[in-house]
Design a protein around this ligand. Sequence first.
Ligand code: SAH
Length: 383
Amino acid sequence: MTSLPLIPVAPDAPAARRAAMPPRHLADFDLAGRQALVTELGEPAFRAKQISTHYFGRLVRDPAGMTDLPAATRDRLAGALLPTLLTPVRELACDDGATRKALWRLHDGSLVESVLMGYPDRVTVCISSQAGCGMACPFCATGQAGLTRNLSTAEIVDQAVYLAGVAASGAVAGSPPRLSHVVFMGMGEPLANYSRVIAAIRRLVAPAPEGLGLSQRHITLSTVGLVPAIRRLTSEDLSVTLALSLHAPDDELRDELVPVNQRWKVAEVLDAAWDYAAQTGRRVSIEYAMIKDVNDQPWRADLLGRLLAGKLTHVNLIPLNPTPGSRWDASPKPVEREFVRRLRAAGVSTTVRDTRGREIDGACGQLAAAEDNDTDAPQEAAA
Ligand code: SAH
């Protein structure tokens, strides 16, 4: 018999209820694990494939929609394998519906957010791996409230499946109906929730009905740079795109902007990134928020260019997005242009990221999951 991964179930003690892990869900398991569970529940093993086809193949998350299952079977399997993990609290849209931010309440009351972004040639979802974040980067809204808890594998996967369903319903005008890209750039530090995030990636890339069948190249994992975890990722049989939130080329400044740098320095984290690139053949993205008079000086562009020249990499400059109470501003456009020019002159491929979702606080670093977040003029999205 296949041994099942241990999924913590919410304990009964009231004191432990806060920030507890959710009940198990089919997306926590691979197909063999689901078959073992279904058999334990007294149902034939083929039911595992049947409900997996609904969930991953047809994006049906509600057991009531699985009408080809006998009612008793449906109730039994739904109770054991399809608990409600995400309850939508609010959906906001901007860019004429091409960008949508979803706020979810988890079973223990924790709040997390995901963002769906439609483009002419692809549909991307940005998902959260933790409720809150413990990395404390001072320019990021998520970092300000600290970490509540890790998300389970299924809580991570269910964000993508839910929003894939929204895209499939044709809600994102001018975009293909099929979800094609997933970025782990929502709330949380994915490598601090390592095993659940890796399992979630396996669900995203496994062909239907075991998983969503996305291409590994279309999955991006973004990290502050937890070096041992990057090294562990390098040893997995995966080749997803790695993004490194660098934000400064020198330890003095990076110690402040990305506090985990006090533990793993720029040289160390870049070494780990290049080993990942060598192992997978994939270009590592370097994320760099452009912060006025903080990290945007020409000499820092030159230093960054020297660190990255000749490497398998691409720089994404992110105009700093506003966050509540932040003392920092985005760099002026001419400064940004000069930064790009210097990096390119050093032979480093560089682009400036769009600021999708800014007006609904859905852009990089703005996810803070407050229920009463006031935004300027968002359209409430039709659910
Ligand atoms: N914890 C991971 C995943 C979050 S990804 C990581 O840090 O990589 C979110 C990205 O947006 C990171 O690159 C983060 O540094 C960046 N970011 C955070 N706050 C921002 C802000 N106010 N403006 C622009 N980018 C920001």
